[in-house]
Structures are given as structure tokens and as C-alpha cells.
Design a protein around this ligand. Structure first.
Ligand SMILES: NC(=O)c1ccc[n+]([C@@H]2O[C@H](COP(=O)([O-])OP(=O)(O)OC[C@H]3O[C@@H](n4cnc5c(N)ncnc54)[C@H](O)[C@@H]3O)[C@@H](O)[C@H]2O)c1
Ligand SMILES: O=C(O)C[C@H](O)C(=O)O
Ligand SMILES: [Mn+2]
Length: 540
């Protein structure tokens, strides 16, 4: 189909705005619809950046960028790619949390998402077709909005996380924006303030659960697979009781990925390997404490456990290195309400003389002397001075990752962690943090956010159209981020900087694609070529 006239200007994939040449304007019947001076893409970028810079708040900046995306996708990505470090917290986490919380009130444009309602299941196929509009979809990010970051259930408003994650795929790894589709499954919401809000745009009823819920997810997966057989299906921010179930159901049959379980596992393992590269300690000597053992916490624990087994420990030996703390305190084998993912990592009360007192983080840290403390609890400020000083008293270089997002939910601030440990802590945070000056050293803080790996992992998997996402491919991604940071520099970060996101996303993609070839999960034979062929660049 050929677009011309206003239809062309209104198609944000094809629109070049003021960069349409005189000839193109004539040929496409848009002469007179634009100011006469023909701009280059670089001039458009300069103008857009000026506009962006004049906005006072992150929210206003994000709204401006979303408008720009809705106008002209190429210009949006050219601009974004030139300011990755600056724009990531605006396009993505943490500002995205504000737009999700206020989505129904800020709403201007559906941004090409597919909105699938559990109350209109007969529309699934038509909706996916309408939203894709004939495009060859290779990547879907889907959410049901129940476990958005650490801010919980936001119903249909969670659609912004699908939109935002996809933008990161493109800017980081060059996934073609025409090949992606954000999807939200609206199964209701349990957030009372949304249900009571006349302007709330989702289904005004409580979440549907059980068989009806799982059948709906199934119907979506089946329909999407039929319509887009080469698709990579990324699940994001499902609730704790569903995320792992869904992953386990599909992971051996289709090319699918759960970001919170697998993506977070990869980036945290990469961060720990980076930290150990600085401290020159061995992974198999570490004692690991997960504070908050939900979707992300349990997913990370399993990934670190697998890495210890790979490094030669038996499963039984490896298990002894792990402790999980959740709402109930230290998790024991007789603790009530354990999730299936927590059970393998519970401890026995008989291991402790004071088991009944191990109901808070400080008591557990005193009892088990962790060398690694990872926070995925959604509980801000819980890595207190007392907890951290106790930890640091028993290990030379404590590895401390407060990963809860957005900013307001982080378990601790990097600068406090450095102060309380006299600069010894090896830190990664979930959100971007400016370098911290302490005692004359500039400490760079690694960002253990799954955004550092899921784009490359996805591009590599899609490039070779792998049958499934295997543990080997996941493992490869985790080991692809080393070698970029110089660990001998004082204050070195445990992970590579976001400013090099495009560069290391390629390393991840090439490694993952090669691993798929080695495991015979694809008919492709040349990983680098496949990745390079799929990569998109913002240009006219
Ligand atoms: N940095 C990253 O890349 C990344 C990735 C995924 C998740 N996260 C963050 O991790 C956090 C958790 O996400 P999730 O998807 O695992 O959510 P989740 O709801 O599945 O897990 C949260 C867990 O914390 C537990 N918890 C609640 N209060 C607690 C308390 N007082 N003490 C101990 N545990 C407590 C809950 O019971 C639950 O098991 C969120 O803030 C999210 O933004 C970060
Ligand atoms: O979205 C993020 O910033 C990371 C992660 O997926 C989360 O849920 O917090
Ligand atoms: Mn998430």
C-alpha cells in the first residue's frame, strides 16, 4: 500500500516531516503541507533536542518524546541514540513509573499497542491484526500489569511498560521498530483507586484469576504464534503467582523470555562476576542473601545457583550458599506460603540456635554473614546502616545490590552504602545513579537493570530465529558483559556503562546467536551476519 498526502505525514514509521525533499513532496502530494525549507535529519535532531531540553521535568520531557515518537519514529530513535545515557531514565525507568500511575489521565495516543480484554476474547485475533497492520512482527512485549516494577497492580495502564521496553530494544540493539508490537492483557485490576476512577481506561472489575486467566493467556499466545510464527515473546511484570507458571508452561516449546526472572538473573550474575573480578574472589566462596524472594529474587537466586554448579559445586553443596528472606523473615522448609521457586532454597531451623528470631534482615545478616546481598523486596531503605555495617564486619568487599525500582523503592542509596562500608562495597543499583565521590575516589555505580541485557539477548535470538531460548543462551549473555570495565581502576563499576549500551548489546547478541547455532537450535550458520542483517538504524 502506498501512503501519500496526509496519510503519509500521519504514518509515523514513514514520516520524514520537514526532511521530505522537494521531489518527494511532489511525488507524494504533500507539497504545501510543510514549511518550505528542507531539513536534514541532523537538523531535525538539533531542533528536537532543543525543545526537549527546554522542558522542566522528566515527565514533561517524556511526554514530548512520546509525541515525537508518534510523529516520526526515525527522528525519535536518531535523537534517542545520540543521548542514550540522558534519555534512558526519561523514556524508561524511573519516569515510566509516573506515566503508568497516571496513564488514564495523561493519555493522548495508544502508541500502536494491542489492548486485549479478557471480556472480549473473540477479538484477540482481530486486535492483533489491527495493531500490526500488515507488519511482520518479530517481537512482542506483553504485560498484564499486575507486578509493574515494584509499584504493583496498575491494570491496563501497565501498557506503558511494554511500549518502553520495546523502545529500549531498538535504541540498544537496533531492533526494527516496525517489527515490534506492545501488548497488554487487560484482566481487570485489584487497585481500588483505579476501579473508582471514572477516567480509568481499563476493565472496571477485579482481576480474573485461575483457569479463566490462564486460558486467556493461552489463547493470546496461540493466536500470536499463529499470526507471527517467527516471533520472540517477552513477558514483563506479571504478578508473582503467575510469572513463573507462565514461563514454565511455554519455555520449552516456543521462543519466549521472562524479563523479570531471566533478564534480571542474567544482569545480576553479570554484576556479581564483575564485582568478583574487582575483589579477585571466587563465586563458589560467596554466601548469597536474597532480600525479597519474589519473581526477580527467586529468578536471580536460581541463576547464581546454576553458575555455582557450573563452577564445579554439586547441587547440594551449592544450595548451602543461599539464604532467602521474604516477608516472613528467613525462609525455612516449614515456613507457610512458600512459592514453588522459593522451596529449593529454604533452610532447616535446626541449622540455627535462634531460628525463631530470624524474622528480620538484620538478625539474618548477623546469623549467616552474607558476602552478597541483593534487594528485590520493593521495601525502600531496608538496607540500613546497622545491616550494612554488620555485613561489612565479616567480609572484605561486600557485594550489595539494591535492585528495587523505581528510585523511591530502592533498598539503599549508593552513596550511603559507600559511606557505611568506607568505600569497600561493590554496588549495583536498579536505576541509574550518578558517580559518587568518596574520600577522593570517584565511584562509578553499575546499573544492574535487565535493560542492559534483554535487547542483545532478544536480537541474537531473533536473528537466528532460535527454536527456544535455552539456558546455554542465557548463560552466554551473562558472560558477555565482562572485559569492558577495567577492574584495576579505583572506583571501577561492576558493570559496563549505559553509555556503551549499543556496543555491548552487539556483543551479547553475537554471543547468544552463536550459542544457538552451537546448540543446533537454528538452521542459521553465521551468527555475526545474521545479527548484522537484522539490525536496524535510524536513517531516511
Ligand atoms: N533491576 C532490575 O533489573 C529489576 C528487575 C526485576 C525486578 N526489579 C525490582 O525488584 C522488585 C521486586 O520485583 P518482583 O517482580 O520480584 O516483585 P514480586 O512481587 O514478585 O516480589 C517482591 C517480593 O518481595 C517480598 N517482600 C515484600 N515485603 C517484604 C519485606 N518487608 N521484607 C522482605 N520481602 C518482602 C514479597 O513478598 C515478594 O516475594 C521491584 O521493585 C522491581 O522493580 C528490578
Ligand atoms: O523495568 C525495569 O526497570 C527493570 C525491571 O524489569 C523491573 O521490573 O523493575
Ligand atoms: Mn520488570
Amino acid at each position: 500500500m502506498k501512503y501519500e498526502g496526509l496519510d503519509l505525514l500521519n504514518n509515523h514509521f514513514l514520516n520524514k516531516g520537514t526532511a521530505f525533499t522537494k521531489e518527494e513532496r511532489k511525488e507524494n502530494h504533500i507539497e504545501g503541507l510543510l514549511p518550505p525549507f528542507v531539513q536534514t535529519l541532523d537538523q531535525q535532531v538539533e531542533q528536537a533536542y532543543e525543545n526537549y531540553s527546554n522542558k522542566d521535568t522528566f515527565l514533561a520531557k517524556r511526554m514530548y518524546l512520546m509525541d515525537l515518537f508518534n510523529e516520526n519514529v526515525t527522528l525519535f530513535y536518531k535523537l534517542f541514540s545520540q543521548h542514550v545515557n540522558e534519555f534512558m531514565p526519561v523514556v524508561y525507568d524511573p519516569t515510566i513509573a509516573d506515566t503508568i500511575e497516571n496513564y488514564s489521565h495523561l493519555f493522548l495516543d495508544p502508541q500502536n499497542a494491542a489492548f486485549l480484554s479478557i471480556d472480549d476474547q473473540d477479538d484477540i485475533e482481530a486486535s492483533l491484526k489491527n495493531a500490526s497492520a500488515g507488519r511482520d512482527i518479530k517481537l512482542i512485549v506483553v504485560t498484564d500489569g499486575e507486578g509493574i516494577l515494584g509499584i504493583g497492580d496498575w491494570g491496563v495502564q501497565g501498557v506503558d511498560i511494554s511500549v518502553g521496553k520495546l523502545m529500549v530494544y531498538t535504541v540498544a540493539a537496533g531492533v526494527d521498530p516496525k517489527s515490534v508490537l506492545p501488548v497488554v492483557l487487560d484482566v481487570g485490576t485489584n487497585r481500588k483507586e483505579l476501579l473508582a476512577d471514572d477516567l480509568y481506561m481499563g476493565n472496571h472489575h477485579e482481576r480474573v484469576t485461575g483457569d479463566k486467566y490462564y486460558n486467556f493467556v493461552d489463547k493470546f499466545v496461540e493466536t500470536a504464534e499463529n499470526l507471527f510464527p517467527d516471533m520472540y515473546l517477552h513477558f514483563e511484570d506479571f504478578g508473582r503467582s503467575n510469572a513463573a507458571n507462565i514461563l514454565n508452561k511455554y519455555k520449552d516449546n516456543i521462543l519466549t523470555f521472562n524479563d523479570d526472572i531471566q533478564g534480571t538473573g542474567i544482569i545480576t550474575l553479570a554484576g556479581i562476576l564483575g564485582a568478583l573480578n574487582i575483589s579477585k574472589e571466587k563465586l563458589t566462596d560467596q554466601v548469597y542473601l536474597s532480600f525479597g524472594a519474589g519473581t526477580a529474587g527467586a529468578g536471580i537466586t536460581k541463576r547464581i545457583f546454576d553458575a555455582m554448579v557450573e563452577e564445579g559445586l554439586s547441587e547440594d553443596e551449592a544450595r548451602k550458599h543461599f539464604y532467602l528472606v521474604d516477608k516472613q523473615g528467613l525462609l525455612f522448609d516449614d515456613t507457610e506460603d512458600l512459592t514453588p521457586e522459593q522451596k529449593p532454597f529454604t533452610r532447616k531451623r535446626s541449622e540455627f540456635t535462634n531460628a525463631d528470631e530470624l524474622t528480620n534482615l538484620e538478625a539474618v545478616v548477623k546469623a549467616v554473614h552474607p558476602t552478597i546481598l541483593v534487594g528485590t523486596s520493593t521495601q525502600p531503605g531496608t538496607f540500613t546502616e546497622a545491616v550494612i555495617k554488620e555485613m561489612a564486619a565479616h567480609t572484605e568487599r561486600p557485594i550489595i545490590f539494591p535492585l528495587s525500582n523505581p528510585t523511591k523503592l530502592a533498598e539503599a542509596k549508593a552513596e550511603d552504602l559507600l559511606k557505611w562500608t568506607d568505600g569497600k562495597a561493590l554496588i549495583a543499583t536498579g536505576i541509574p545513579v550518578e558517580p559518587v565521590e568518596y574520600n577522593g575516589v570517584t565511584y562509578h555505580i553499575g546499573q544492574a537493570n535487565n535493560a542492559l541485557v534483554y535487547p542483545g539477548l532478544g536480537l541474537g535470538s531473533m536473528a537466528v530465529n532460535a527454536k527456544i531460548l535455552s539456558d546455554g543462551m542465557i548463560n552466554k549473555a551473562a558472560h558477555s558483559l565482562g572485559g569492558i570495565v577495567d577492574p584495576t581502576q579505583p572506583g571501577a563499576a561492576v558493570l559496563p556503562p549505559v553509555s556503551q549500551l549499543d556496543k555491548f548489546s552487539m556483543t551479547v547478541a553475537n554471543g547468544v546467536a552463536q550459542q544457538a547455532i552451537d546448540e543446533k537450535l537454528t538452521t542459521a550458520t553465521d551468527a555475526k551476519k545474521a545479527v548484522a542483517d537484522l539490525k536496524w538504524e535510524p536513517k531516511y
